[in-house]
Design a protein. Structure first.
Lengths: 417, 417
């Protein structure tokens, strides 16, 4: 890469003095040994910042983590996959609190230093009976080489784990940032949620860290879409423990900008990996909206196009169908003039001034036949731009998401419903 | 039916002194004889009102019909299927105008008394070479028994034609209202790739007619959704020729309300038929949102739920998955309180106060296994309601919509691109 970063191994354990642990407790599948309970822990005190779903229906662990983040700085995060602990009422709240409490006892932390995340089916009570006997094993398993185990334990129907880490120079010290993520809830309705955990050993001020994560999320996770659904559990949490012993990063400095860019670089890798591994996704589409009247309009157009069933179907069908794209532009709510709209597949113009361009459709078809391509929509009415990353929609996606009924049967067997 | 209407035959020719004609000119498929060019004509002068797509990208025929409706009252409508004449620039405008002009000459009408509609592929030039030689045949074919031919000629991916007509007593006279519609894809409130023509022999004032159609569209075509896409070509046009010779219907009278209800009754039949015949649709879902803080919120919730990929996938999978429904409620943008939300499948409660209710899931599963069912979402925060009609989303829908590339190949063969 031409950026001043060195890619390193270790995921969430890449940064100094962070430990991880992941075990199987049978929530995902009582009969298999799939990892589904994990712990991230910093040996030193941490600064922490979290960003959570905008959905008004928030899972219990989201509420608990938000409250803990307001009061203290987290040093640990316990996460289960297989059950979202969403729409579970006061019992679900108690379950999430207990997960933090029991973990904090074993780690000798205050309860509020432990964050909680869950991902999985919505509306089913948490199978606490499977989790409770496992806290000790989980804590006992903490180690500096378990980043990949944690990355694997949080995935649900993702086809593979997603982790990425880098190191770079800051104030003459080597600073590390590493993270892992799991499939966007949108992709993965069976187990709705996007989770992302990032650890860094940078020594950084709280406001700088907050600004950096907000900018980075805005430029990465807020720019991906698979099916337009916003889950009840989306969480991005960063922990910074200062073990790199660099001079504290302060707002407005070059070091602060450098850190922010590095964080965005890591999150961008994870966000794109989520789209690429979207449920039954076959196409990765970079959608660039240019020359909108304002940023809000550029976003509206990008969202409308990226979430149109018909546009997504045509991507799946490798059809360079600019007609469907302009029709979504038209209903996006943005201020547009049809006769100014140009649409490009990579550098080839498909629609010029709202009309079919002269480019041979075979050339366009070759472009959309590739697994990844870029579409540029130039609205020609201003100078605001917005880029998002999107996927196609496949018949297999629908097939995959037709029913979660099996989970209810299992829950009944478990005496939970 | 317990309403004071008699169902009659004839579709758009059911009302007195309306004629229809439909022929094949090879736009849909040069090799078949599928009807794809039609004409509706009133032997008497008419009042007419039209409502058109909210998409900012409007097809040429929409612009032409809007302009003609502003200036005069239509007496005829020429419609082709197979090509939308959208995104076709000045040439497309000229083509649409020519369709009106040539028809008007043969009918001895002013050009502005002829409306034009098109439905089909977006972005391809109109194959006028196929239409031009056929105007005389089209006009010569006008007859009082061709309502069904017209209904069949306007459909595209619909599996069957949709027509409906009634008669009823008004001011001691028998009044008739009949219509036909097409739908199938790009169906969303605000009228999608949806055409609907209604004729009536009622004698009615212009403002009464306008009010009646606006109310009716709002309660029918604006409440259906298949895939959330709003097309470039949606048009609803009503012609009223007064041949029933009833006393003129005036605003605010009982007769005006009776007429309006009758019109809504006809449009409701057509709108529901569109959802039932949506592309590869297997479920017809009546979605009732109750007790919202205001109507805008009720609509937001209905739209978010009805257009969620995940909710639609679960309907297709016959999964009574209230978790996905409440998650869409949560991101709808409406003001809700999770703990007040109740969700019912028919009369059976699935979610009570945001939590899994006691109803046996097998009972709910039996309900969603039926081809049509009702879901009620009670938000419990106000007294505003909204009802819409929606469909599932099937793997076959995606398959069906993967590619229109064959049309481009044909257009190339025709020398149009």
């Amino acid at each position: 890469m031409d950026l001043p970063y060195t890619r390193i191994k270790g995921g969430i354990c890449a940064a100094r003095e962070f430990l991880g642990s992941a075990i199987s407790c049978g929530i995902k599948d009582p009969k298999s040994n799939r990892l589904d309970l994990s712990l991230i822990y910093s040996k030193r005190e941490c600064l922490s910042v979290g960003m959570f779903t905008q959905n008004r229906v928030k899972a219990a662990p989201v509420r608990v983590s938000q409250s803990h983040l307001r009061a203290e700085s987290l040093r640990a995060i316990i996460t289960n996959s297989g059950n979202a602990n969403a729409c579970t009422g006061p019992t679900g709240m108690q379950d999430a609190k207990n997960m933090a409490k029991e973990t904090s006892k074993l780690l000798e932390l205050r309860q509020r230093e432990v964050g909680v995340c869950s991902t999985g089916v919505i509306g089913l009570p948490m199978p606490m009976i499977r989790i409770e006997p496992k806290y000790e094993d989980l804590v006992a398993g903490l180690g500096p080489k378990n980043g990949n185990d944690v990355a694997r334990s949080i995935i649900t129907s993702d086809t593979h784990e997603k982790e990425f880490a880098i190191s770079f120079e800051l104030h003459g010290k080597r600073v590390r940032i590493g993270g892992c993520a799991k499939g966007a809830g949108m992709i993965n309705p069976n187990m709705a949620t996007m989770l992302c955990f990032v650890t860094t050993d940078a020594n950084i001020g709280k406001r700088s860290l907050k600004e950096a994560i907000e900018n980075s999320v805005d430029n990465t996770f807020n720019r991906i879409t698979i099916d337009g659904d916003t889950s009840t559990n989306d969480s991005v949490i960063i922990l910074a423990n200062g073990a790199a012993e660099n001079k504290t990063i302060r707002r407005g400095t070059k070091e602060c900008r450098d850190f922010s860019h590095a964080l965005e670089f890591v999150m961008n890798k994870l966000a794109k990996a989520i789209v690429r591994d979207g449920e039954r996704v076959t196409k990765f589409v970079t959608l660039e909206v240019k020359s909108a009247r304002n940023t809000s309009d550029a976003k509206k157009v990008a969202q409308a196009v990226a979430n149109s069933f018909l546009v997504k179907s045509s991507w799946n069908g490798e059809d360079p169908n600019w007609g469907r794209i302009i029709h979504a532009v038209g209903y996006s709510g943005a201020s547009i003039r049809e006769e100014f709209v140009d649409i490009y597949y990579e550098s080839k113009v498909a629609c010029k001034g709202g009309l079919q361009a002269k480019t041979n459709p075979e050339i366009l078809r070759n472009i959309v036949s590739k697994p990844a391509f870029k579409i540029t929509i130039d609205l020609g009415v201003g100078d605001a731009n917005h880029r998002i990353y999107a996927s196609d929609l496949s018949p297999e996606y629908i097939d995959f998401n037709r029913s979660e009924y099996a989970y209810w049967k299992q829950a009944k067997k478990d005496g939970l419903v």
